[in-house]
Structures are given as C-alpha cells and as structure tokens.
Ligand binder design. Structure first.
Ligand SMILES: Nc1ncnc2c1ncn2[C@@H]1O[C@H](COP(=O)(O)OP(=O)(O)OP(=O)(O)O)[C@@H](O)[C@H]1O
Ligand SMILES: [Mg+2]
Length: 241
C-alpha cells in the first residue's frame, strides 16, 4: 500500500562529525526532526553550530555518522549516490551558502541546468522566467564573474527553483541582498510555498524571514531546539495565510 507520508522530512538520531587528521569535530548529536509537507521552517543558530551541515544531510550530499533520514518516505540511507542525485534532481532544490554556480556558464545556462539535466523541454524558457522573477531579466547572459554577490545568489535561487521542487533547502538565501531585493526573494519563496506547496527549510539570520515561517528551530551545541516564532505586530496575519 502506498500512502503520502504526513511528514516530508523525518530524521531520527542524527549524529555527524568531521575528521581533521586524528581530531574529530562533533557537529550534530542525536538530532531528530519532523517537517510537515508544505510548511516553512527556519533554522537558526550561531556561526559554526552546524546549520549548513544539517542541510547537507537533509539533501543527501553528506551522510550522517548515525541516524536515518526519510524524505517523502524515501530512506536516504538506502539510496546509492546516483539514487540520491536522482532524488535531488526530481524533488529537491538547494541554495548553497557559497552559490556553487558554474563559472563558464551564463546566468541563463546555470539556471536552466537542473531541467536540462533532467532532459525536460523548455528549460531555457523556464529559466528565463525564473530569472525575471528574481529581478535578473537583464542579466541573462552574464557569467557569474560578471555578476555581483547578490546577483549570483539570485541566480542560485532561480536554479534551485526552476524545476519547481517539492522541497527547497536554502542556506541564507537573503544573506547578501539589500532590503528591497531580500523582500522580493522572500515573496518569491513564500508564493511558491503557497502556489505549489513547496516545503521550505531556510537557514537564516534574517529575523523578518524567520518571523514569517511556521516554525523556528535553533541549533546549539549540536542539538536542535524548537523556539517560539516571534512575530512583529506589523506582520499582518493575512500575509501568512
Ligand atoms: N569539511 C569540514 N571539515 C572539518 N570541519 C568542518 C567542515 N565543514 C564544517 N566544519 C566544522 O563544523 C562546524 C559546523 O559547520 P557548519 O558549516 O555546519 O556551520 P554553520 O552553522 O553553517 O555556520 P555559519 O553560520 O558560519 O555558516 C564548524 O565548527 C566547522 O568549523
Ligand atoms: Mg553555514
């Protein structure tokens, strides 16, 4: 019998460490979390607390030292690296903290890549449309080295969203943006969440952003804690509907 799992992400008992020579840096200790499909979750925590590491585990780009992760009912531990790559290509979008754009490709070709790799038709049209939505309609043919940091970040966001993923994992997606552009990126992410039911897991230090999410989880000393969402009065509940 197949059934849609109630939680898009189910992670249990995750531990992770990095080894540097004989030394081990323990980053996550026995972390468990459930994220319901279609929700918006902010991950907060000090620098070095393991936020990026947690996103790498949830995307299957790193494997945990212990514990298990299910994404939409699929046990990541049971997949080969090709299987994990397929899962990401079909269902997951990732915005990396350092963008990871291909330097030799234009903004348009970078943003079209996930659809092209999936052999989908209309990749360049969809990428153009997504780049316009992030305000880069006039930068389509620039290579990353010809773009500002905030513009590169927006290309990375367009690339992560071009295949309309079920799950978006974004590492400080508004970290390098001015207030106005940050607001348009927030609007874009929330509108995709509303229109397509995209589940958002966002690492962010942006309090406005966190305040508009359904949940805020804080990493500290390798553990994840649910914290109350502090919603400034000026954020109208209607915007969150
Ligand atoms: N490849 C690596 N090898 C060894 N240690 C690493 C590696 N990547 C990260 N670390 C260490 O693991 C810890 C968690 O790193 P991580 O990048 O997950 O933190 P973060 O919460 O994302 O920080 P920031 O807010 O600065 O981006 C840090 O102490 C970091 O020094
Ligand atoms: Mg980080």
């Amino acid at each position: 019998m197949s059934s849609t799992p109630q939680h898009l992400i189910e992670a249990d008992g995750l531990s992770m460490h990095y080894s540097i020579g004989a030394r081990q840096v323990q980053v996550l200790r026995d972390v468990s979390l459930r994220i319901a499909a279609g929700t918006r979750v902010a991950i907060a925590g000090p620098s070095g607390s393991g936020k990026t590491s947690l996103l790498l585990l949830l995307s299957g780009l790193e494997r945990p030292g212990a514990g298990s992760i299910r994404v939409d009912g699929v046990d990541l531990g049971s997949l080969s690296s090709d299987g994990l790559a397929d899962l990401r290509r079909e269902r997951v979008g990732i915005v990396f903290q350092s963008f990871h754009l291909l330097p030799s490709l234009s903004a348009l070709d970078n943003a079209a890549l996930p659809l092209q790799m999936a052999g989908a038709s209309g990749a360049r049209e969809a990428a153009t449309q997504m780049l316009r939505r992030v305000g880069l309609g006039d930068r389509l043919h620039h290579r990353p080295s010809q773009l500002s940091g905030g513009e590169q970040q927006r290309v990375a966001i367009a690339r992560a969203l071009v295949h309309r993923p079920q799950l978006l994992l974004a590492d400080e997606p508004t970290g390098n943006l001015d207030d106005h552009t940050a607001e348009s990126v927030r609007e874009l992410l929330f509108s995709l969440n509303r229109e397509l039911g995209t589940t958002l897991v966002l690492v962010t230090h942006d309090l406005d952003f966190a305040a508009r999410c359904d949940r805020v989880l804080r990493l500290h000393d390798g553990q994840l804690h649910e914290t109350p969402v502090t919603r400034p009065a000026e954020i109208d509940d209607a915007l969150l509907a």
